[in-house]
Design a protein around this ligand. Structure first.
Ligand SMILES: Cc1cc2nc3c(=O)[nH]c(=O)nc-3n(C[C@H](O)[C@H](O)[C@H](O)COP(=O)(O)OP(=O)(O)OC[C@H]3O[C@@H](n4cnc5c(N)ncnc54)[C@H](O)[C@@H]3O)c2cc1C
Length: 479
């Protein structure tokens, strides 16, 4: 038997590495097992998020956005740069540098905090033992008073479009196209599909998105979703709702996709196809036969509100458990679990988790939509404000979009905030903090905002809840 630890974390994604660092900070002897190896065969930390998710996608979104700015918008503000051309190889180089810096940062943090990094695949055995199979096949067994499973998720594949090297790819493959595909298909117009579709659309692909649902972004407030759909359409994304993909065929190095919509059976040909239909929990080879950790009916590790599994002392967090598949949700659960293990009282507020789609403009939201609230029988009042009436947004030459605040009609408590705008992903933190502190719309309305700032649109949306926005035709007379 090898070493004994207070805590062994399995998986070093944003759930696992944060749990491990927090546990070590709280004085617990902590190890973190990770099996991910990069192209050079080196174990890397950071999981999906840092290696093939949040970070590389944002690097490509930023570079492709800058390209569009230079091509389409610099001229409007008096900068003449000639005809810019995207250098895809260089963009990938930049992306890889960004990944390397982030990944290296986690290893450094492990060292600085005294987390023991174990390399290989971890398996939960009975009696809180973890077997680690190294990359050379050597096995070692460790004991732990507590185990935190943070094994993450993988992309869902669908039978009509089996992955086909270089032609039909998942999100990971879509981050690596060496050239800009002329005709690009994306199955799924959710968060990841919209981001990846945007990257390649900006760089020159004709992008067609096939989405089975009839509603665009149903989790976003209807007004904001509608505005987003219009803005993305204007950029050239052909988003076809209510389309069910039924099959595909590779013909002469092209992908022929069959789908059905309200008009009947159709076919469309692409040079590349991205399958972005969601992710599923990853639990392969993770649980020994007598580990006793239960899964739910959808394959997620079953946990309670505080991420306890069916085995005392064994916790699970992040994408491998219920809830939104988001890096920051995984990290928050990681901190909560480490705190609980260290004997502190800790809980998560699952009602105040922000979501962001990093399109341009960005879409960001927290809490309920107006429609959710009404469906739950809550009477609401709402306030909206367009960025076209915000001085800073106009000066930024980025005045598209609007912000909407949803408040309880009786108590004025903020129930949700939904935004489509440049940097909405930054602005939404105001909604999260407001909800976390149980603020009313009036609390925001009475707060002094810096001028000129795009944040003032949030101030105005909060003022608009009572019909008193300043830079908009007022609906009500102030008493
Ligand atoms: C293209 C894309 C873009 C995204 N963009 C965003 C975004 O902008 N914002 C956001 O919040 N989320 C985003 N996500 C989602 C985000 O990446 C995940 O929600 C997040 O990574 C989940 O963290 P996790 O720690 O639960 O799992 P993961 O990040 O998946 O990490 C799990 C780790 O566990 C390891 N592991 C699994 N099993 C074992 C085992 N048995 N032994 C040892 N190690 C094991 C894996 O190798 C992996 O490193 C994106 C995802 C994708 C694919």
């Amino acid at each position: 038997m090898a070493d004994k630890f207070d805590v062994i974390v399995i998986g070093a994604g944003p759930g696992g590495y944060v749990a491990a660092i927090r546990a070590a900070q709280l004085g617990l002897k902590t190890a973190c097992v990770e099996k991910w190896v990069n192209k050079e065969g080196k174990t890397v930390h950071g999981g999906t998020c840092l290696n093939v998710g949040c970070i590389p996608s944002k690097a490509l979104l930023e570079t492709s956005h800058k390209f569009v700015e230079a091509r389409d918008h610099y001229n409007e503000i008096g900068i003449e740069v000639g005809e810019p051309t995207p250098n895809v190889a260089k963009m990938h180089e930049f992306k890889e540098q960004v990944i390397a810096k982030n990944v290296g940062g986690i290893s450094a943090l492990f060292k600085a905090n005294g987390v023991t990094a174990l390399e290989g695949s971890g398996k939960v055995l009975s009696s809180k033992q973890v077997e680690v199979t190294g990359h050379d096949g050597e096995k070692a067994t460790y004991e732990a008073d507590n185990i935190v499973i943070a094994s993450g998720s993988v992309p869902v594949e669908i039978p009509p479009t089996p992955l086909t090297e270089g032609l039909i790819v998942n999100s990971t493959g879509a981050l690596e196209f060496e050239e800009v595909p002329k005709r690009l298909g994306v199955i799924g117009a959710g968060v990841i599909g919209l981001e990846l579709g945007s990257v390649w659309n900006r760089l020159g692909s004709e992008v067609t998105m096939l989405e089975a649902m009839d509603t665009f972004l149903p989790m976003v407030d209807k007004d904001i979703a509608k505005e987003t759909q219009k803005l993305l359409k204007k950029q050239g994304l052909d988003i076809r709702l209510g389309t069910r993909v039924t099959g595909s065929e590779i013909k002469d190095n092209e992908v022929v996709v069959k789908y059905a919509d309200a008009e009947g059976e159709k076919e469309i040909t692409f040079d590349k196809l991205i399958v972005c239909v969601g992710r599923r929990p990853y639990t392969e080879a993770l649980l020994g036969e007598d580990a006793g950790v239960n899964l739910d009916e959808r394959g997620f590790i079953f946990v309670d509100d505080q991420c306890r599994t069916s085995v005392p002392g064994v916790y699970a967090i992040g994408d491998c458990v219920r809830g939104q598949m988001l890096a920051h949700k995984a990290s928050e659960e990681g901190m909560m679990v480490a705190d609980i293990i260290a004997g502190h009282k800790a809980e998560m507020n699952y009602d105040a988790i922000p979501c962001v789609i990093y399109t341009s403009p960005e879409v960001a939201w927290v809490g309920m939509t107006e429609q959710d609230a009404k469906a739950a029988g809550i009477e609401v009042k709402t306030g909206s404000f367009p960025f076209s009436a915000n001085g800073r947004a106009l000066a930024n030459n980025a005045a598209e979009g609007s912000a909407k605040v949803i408040a309880d009609a009786e108590t004025d408590r903020i129930l949700g905030m939904h935004i489509v705008s440049q940097h909405a992903g930054e602005l939404i933190a105001q909604g999260v903090i407001a909800m976390e502190f149980g603020s009313s719309a009036e609390d925001i309305a009475l707060t002094c905002y810096a001028h000129p700032s795009t944040s003032e649109a949030i101030h105005e949306a909060a003022l608009a809840v009572d019909g008193h926005a300043i830079h908009m035709a007022n609906r009500k007379k102030r008493k």
